[in-house]
Design a protein around this ligand. Sequence first.
Ligand code: ANZ
Length: 753
Amino acid sequence: MKYNPSEIEKKWQEVWKKNKIYNPNLDSAKKPYFNLMMFPYPSAEGLHVGNMYAFTGSDIYGRFKRMQGFEVLEPIGLDGFGIHSENYAIKVNKHPKELAKISEENFYRQLHATGNGYDWNHTVETYDPEYYKWTQWIFVQLFKKGLAYRKKSPVNFCPGTCKTVLADEQVIDGKCERCGTVVEKRDLEQWFFKITDYAERLLSNLSQIDWSEKVKIAQKNWIGKSEGLVISFDEIKVFTTRPETADGATFLVLSPFHPYINEIRNKVTAEKVKEIDDYIEKSKVHKGEEKGKTGMFTDFYVRNPVTNKNIPVWIADYVLMEYGTGAIMAVPAEDERDKAFAKKHNLPIEKTSLKANPPGEKVVHYHLRDWLISRQRYWGPPIPMIFCEKDGWQPVPEKDLPVLLPDVKDWKPLGTGKSPLATVESFVNTTCPKCDGPAKRETDVSDTFLDSAWYFFRYTSTEEKKKIWIEERIKRWLPVNMYIGGAEHSVLHLLYARFMTMVFKDMGMIDFEEPFTRFYAHGLLIKEGSKMSKSKGNIVVPDAYIKKFGADTLRTYLMFLGPFNQGGDFYDSGIEGISRFINRVWTMFNSKLSDETQKESIKWMHRTIKRVTEDIENLRYNTAVAGLMEWYNFLAKQKTVSKEEAVTFLKLLAPFAPHMTEELYSKIYKNEKSVHISGWPQYESEYLKEDQKTIIIQVNGKFRGSITIQSSKISDNKLVEDLAKKEKNVQSHILKGTKKIIYVEGKVINFVV
Ligand code: ANZ
């Protein structure tokens, strides 16, 4: 029978759905295993093979665990709210809500075609009011706990396509991570989550979790713990990690946003005040190359407490208000940045003894900032807060959740620092939950990273309407056993999800505080040498490949093209090679199978089971496939292949090529259960022992001893000779050296002396 993937793939997808083999019983599973793929945020253009690469890698692990006897929950959903989706809606000029429906349908259709073992009964879509009701509920809980607060502060604002404030994590090298526009600082009042209260826990717990080292280091650096001193220079406090250099502090620098500047204003000339104000205005906009080098003298001095000398006070934007005390003592003799600044502005550089001992107060600082939650955009969950002139900020009562996102025509961002919702009067005007008087709703929506900070909890309980989740199920399924996703989320999603989990624990909702026991970062795909991207026009869409070769071939190829944590290069010629392999496997196990496995063949089988098992456990998928190819090559040379070999081979290949292995398995075992729940093959170590050979040693034709070595080593002449020479009884006979050495491979070595 010819291999016809489009026929068998459709057929098995239907059967699996009917037999619910990927739907574990969430309430009674005895061996639950939560295998989670990072929440995708697909646009209407759908899935490209780069995404499919990640999903397949996760699915293979889930299938492996299922075959090992675990009841695997492998859920899927989509993160469809947020700037990413809204920017795409702006680009194609369609309402985000309309577009979301199209994206969802297309994305789910594509995912079905890839044959992943998802539990389709428990999907989560972040724009579903049944979901964002709980996102808003979480906001209210954080507000009640004092972990959500409002603050006016200089925040990152993207004046480009995004026209909204951004979290620090979303600014890369001074540019917006989404659209690349240079980010400005604007003084705006915004909602923040107090993630900084959790800095120490977020840091110290890192040692307890099994995560890619790269990601742990990124989190550690982002949290950025520093221990140092706060030293007073008259009324100004500075934070330093190098107090011993204080005698070399020749000037003091304030951030342009430092409150003490107001005091200085009262003490200097009107001209100086104007100069100060101009400088502050200019420093609100990043100036590329200029940034970090400009500064101005305030005409004001403070006393260095170590040298007792008066030193000038400067303002410069290389000092950040959000870190330490927003002021530094500059030690140009020791610090490179201070030195460059001193040279540029002709400030004194003086040696430090490195022994200064200033009066100081010991402090710990973290680079981590509070999480900026507000977005002046449309496509997100409205922040569930109400402002009353009399009672101040009040949370929306829980019975009134969700605050529905109104359907509006004018949904595009305004760039005024206000969300488009601010223009919708019917939305804005409401009553105060406390005094019933007239009040106004918050019109910003929340950051999409809040939507994705807790979705994995909800997967377990999507049918629950009255509570955020079903406690029993959380106890059974969480924390997530295996989480696979992109390393680019190291300090965004992964940090926020950890924070939220700690908050839930502190609220008594759960009894663990790390959400992901194991996290594995996958690599990225490139296409024939360059990074796969829309701008390069080298995006590969899986649909055509699935049609031509079948999902099984595409899946196996993706896993074969490189180590899963490094990614690899997608070549059309490569997929053809895998297609030939899959076709040959099909033909081999479609022919007549013998009842008994040959002795030499048994060893091959057990060696391959061991190798593939260990490779999949460690996500070395490419070498697992290579192991199967080697075994195939061996089997192809044998006169017959046994039923046992066929079944073992199909089981080992099943996670990669789930449909064709199922078809072949069902032909061998009619009426048996699916290969995917048939149990993973076990190897027996007695078959792994290598054969040994004994080689006779002669000197001038006389027997003098023997050595025993592994059969695979008998053609290594040098090894055999060295080992033979070391034999005690041989040594004494060859003391004067040898004339000639005759080796009959695997049998005899004769030294002529
Ligand atoms: C004097 C000094 C001498 C410093 C020296 C460094 C080297 P980390 O380790 O990152 O915490 N600093 C403090 N607050 C700052 C702010 N708001 N903006 C910019 N820089 C700031 O770095 C702490 C060091 O960074 C502090 O120690 C301070 O400079 C600077 F040879 O004080 B140091």
